[in-house]
Design a binder for this molecule. Structure first.
Ligand code: GUN
Length: 281
């Protein structure tokens, strides 16, 4: 069984991106900039944002974090996004989710100019991805996709099962696998026989947020299994896949932690650089 080392893959990607930033700097005399807006004091969000800033600095991006208290008015956030949209030194804007209840998430997502939408959440980018056009691609599914391609460069004709249909993961993951000519099944909480669906799969991407849902006898021998889950349990953090059982069957499997997680942030840096490059044309 191949244990897919997301930490190593992310470090390799960051090294490539660092070189690319240096090249862009010598060509354009400026570097891509990432601005993250963090609202409130949720600990997981603070940790994510700190890691994003650290990684951005490591590859040589200009990085800025704007922090607001929980009580900030929606209007202030929307005005700040407008200001960042017209700031030439800002290539990418990310508003860390979740947001306080009084702020309309969709309004915030749609306020970010699609050309600076490093999350790929704007409807314009969602549409472009589903039509097969160039777009920003949500960071977590992009990270999963790059890990899968490392194991299996030719995905054409493979059967893929995506467990979970969120806008953040399941839906964009499906689009990426479709683009690679996989036959994709999206499954979710109302799917009748999830085990039977998974048993058909050459590739399983589990992104539902249910601890250890995917069991050993759900997985065909030699399947590639990607675990997007980060679930807090009494036994610590576990994924959506039962690691010990599935590792006996799968050809390749991502661990939690150390699998998809590190790739997500590296892909955010990649998206920021890609937004910068498109803005220079
Ligand atoms: N919160 C958890 N994951 C994400 C993400 O990918 N993007 C944003 N903006 N917020 C998040």
């Amino acid at each position: 069984m191949i244990l897919i080392d997301g930490k190593k893959a992310a470090a390799e990607l960051r090294a490539e991106l660092k070189e690319e930033v240096a090249e862009l700097k010598s060509k354009h005399n400026k570097v891509p900039g990432l601005t993250v807006i963090l609202i409130g004091d949720l600990t997981p969000s603070q940790i994510y944002v700190r890691n994003k800033e650290k990684s951005a600095n490591e590859v040589g991006l200009k990085s800025e974090v704007i922090k607001y208290p929980d009580s900030i008015e929606e209007k202030t956030v929307l005005e700040k996004i407008q200001e960042l949209n017209s700031d030439e030194t800002v290539s990418g804007i990310l508003v860390q989710l979740p947001l306080p209840k009084h702020i309309d998430k969709q309004k915030v997502i749609e306020a970010i100019h699609p050309s600076k939408d490093v999350d790929g959440f704007h409807p314009m980018n969602v549409g472009n991805l589903s039509s097969g056009y160039e777009s920003s691609i949500p960071c977590t599914p992009l990270g999963c996709y790059l890990l899968i391609k490392k194991i299996e460069p030719n995905l054409s004709g493979k059967k893929a099962v995506v467990v979970g249909r969120s806008n953040l993961n399941g839906k964009p993951m499906t689009q990426l696998l479709l683009k690679e000519n996989c036959t994709v099944t999206i499954t979710h909480s109302k799917t009748k026989d999830l085990k039977a669906e998974c048993l058909e799969a050459d590739i399983i991407v589990a992104a539902v947020g249910i601890p250890e849902l995917v069991r050993g006898d759900w997985v065909k021998k030699d399947a590639i299994v990607i675990d997007v889950g980060i679930n807090k349990t009494d036994n610590g953090i576990v994924g959506d896949v039962h690691f010990d059982e599935v590792s006996k069957n799968a050809k390749a499997l991502t661990p939690v932690p150390g699998g998809v997680g590190p790739m997500t942030i590296a892909c955010l840096l990649k998206n920021t650089i890609d937004c910068f490059k498109r803005s220079q044309i």
